[in-house]
Design a binder for this molecule. Structure first.
Ligand SMILES: *[C@@H]1O[C@H](CO)[C@@H](O)[C@H](O)[C@H]1NC(C)=O
Ligand SMILES: *[C@@H]1O[C@H](CO)[C@@H](O)[C@H](O)[C@H]1NC(C)=O
Ligand SMILES: *[C@@H]1O[C@H](CO)[C@@H](O)[C@H](O)[C@H]1NC(C)=O
Ligand SMILES: *[C@@H]1O[C@H](CO)[C@@H](O)[C@H](O)[C@H]1NC(C)=O
Ligand SMILES: *[C@@H]1O[C@H](CO)[C@@H](O)[C@H](O)[C@H]1NC(C)=O
Ligand SMILES: *[C@@H]1O[C@H](CO)[C@@H](O)[C@H](O)[C@H]1NC(C)=O
Ligand SMILES: *[C@@H]1O[C@H](CO)[C@@H](O)[C@H](O)[C@H]1NC(C)=O
Length: 330
């Protein structure tokens, strides 16, 4: 090999190394950003809602326009997911649903705004294995619902109904525009938060995308618009954690389930999800979670579906936790 050839090959190797590092570096953005879409696709007719989504909301998701000079009160709303009261085992979980309330001082009208699953939580957490479809099939869309009225009793009796601030009509209108954009681009629900360790300041691999995250995003938006929010009590939220070492990217449906070469992986993912079928009730969902726990502890392995792509999680203790922890107002 001549000197020039040697230098050329050396440079090439260096270049490839840089490219590899660059790609590695690109891979290693944690938490993995939640993917935004440019529009919300039509729902597959296979997915069937047990309860209709947003029955009293505007059909086109319109939010009423407030006069710029109006003063709008903002409420923090939280209520337990009541199915949890059945059975001692379920009673100890502190699983809450979160929403935001608004009331106009000019018109006296009030409104509730929340973000939740179109086809219930079980369907957002576990896919369907359909005999005629090779890839697991997900009914995992979530969306924002805005409707007139605040059911004071529903929120205040066993949960929270607290005024946390006031905004102007124009701040409200800007927020409404943001909610509509957020609703069009953030289309699927994600139950799990995946992190490396329960102690504070450890790496978060994936963030959840659920009702409470919507509430936090909205609070941050309101703060950005100049609102001041404050609460007299601790503002705690439910989180469902998985604990794992560094996740490995596997690929999307067509990459995994369309490749004969990846048949073993495809079958392994199918068999993993076979244990956790989506169920009809919330109680069965919790039983599924506990089954998941057993399986995860035995196999130390979890296939996570995020951004419509699969990741492998090398699970580690304490594997799975449901917490009710403080997230301060921004
Ligand atoms: C989940 O999806 C299935 C199939 O679309 C549907 O029958 C069911 O009503 C949905 N909801 C729940 C809670 O399982
Ligand atoms: C959000 O999207 C859903 C699904 O398309 C729709 O039903 C709902 O009205 C929208 N909500 C808002 C506030 O735009
Ligand atoms: C919302 O409006 C209803 C009907 O006027 C009223 O009963 C309720 O107290 C109001 N709630 C809040 C938090 O403003
Ligand atoms: C509050 O909790 C009690 C006791 O569990 C229950 O009977 C009642 O229906 C709950 N209220 C609301 C509004 O959910
Ligand atoms: C976590 O990070 C925050 C901000 O960087 C710091 O104030 C806090 O002390 C850290 N906590 C621990 C337990 O390291
Ligand atoms: C799936 O991933 C491949 C690359 O791995 C990409 O070319 C393809 O567009 C992806 N399909 C979808 C539906 O995103
Ligand atoms: C709320 O969160 C804080 C800190 O995350 C925790 O110490 C406290 O026990 C929680 N409150 C409840 C009622 O669980």
């Amino acid at each position: 090999m001549s000197h020039t050839e040697f230098v050329f090959i050396l440079n090439l190797l260096l270049f490839l190394r840089v490219v590899a590092q660059f790609r590695d570096h690109e891979q290693q953005q944690w938490p993995v950003p939640y993917r935004r879409f440019d529009h919300r696709p039509a729902v597959d007719s296979y997915c069937e809602a047990l309860y209709p989504f947003c029955p009293t909301g505007d059909r086109d998701g319109r939010i009423p326009y407030m006069r710029d000079t109006d003063v709008i009160s903002v409420y923090r709303l939280q209520t337990p997911v009541w199915e949890f009261k059945y059975g001692d085992l379920l009673g100890k979980f502190h699983i809450m649903h979160d929403a935001i309330g608004f009331s106009s001082s000019e018109t006296g009208a009030n409104y509730t705004m929340e973000w939740y699953e179109l086809f219930q939580l079980g369907n957002c957490t576990f896919p369907h294995l359909r005999p005629e479809v090779y890839a697991p099939f997900w009914c995992n869309q979530g969306a924002a619902c805005f409707f007139e009225g605040i059911d004071d009793l529903h929120w205040s009796q066993n949960g929270t109904l607290e005024k946390i601030g006031e905004i102007t009509g124009s701040q409200f209108n800007e927020m409404a525009q943001w909610v509509q954009d957020d609703n069009k681009t953030g289309i699927y629900y994600e139950t799990w938060t995946v992190r490396s360790d329960p102690s504070p300041n450890t790496t978060v691999w994936f963030e959840s995308y659920d009702c409470s995250q919507f509430v936090h995003r909205t609070y941050r938006k309101l703060k950005e618009l100049g609102a001041k929010l404050s609460s007299r009590s601790q503002t705690n939220y439910t989180k469902i954690y998985l604990y794992s070492g560094e996740p490995t990217y596997l690929g999307n449906d067509s990459a995994i389930f369309g490749q004969p070469g990846l048949k073993n992986l495809a079958l392994d993912i199918r068999s993993f999800y076979h244990t956790f079928r989506p169920h009809q009730s919330f109680k069965d969902f919790v039983i599924s979670l506990l089954e998941a726990f057993d399986k995860i502890v035995l196999d130390k392995s979890f296939y996570l579906y995020y951004n419509f792509e699969y990741w492998h999680l090398p699970m580690k203790p304490p594997y799975l936790q449901i917490t009710y922890e403080e997230v301060p107002l921004p």
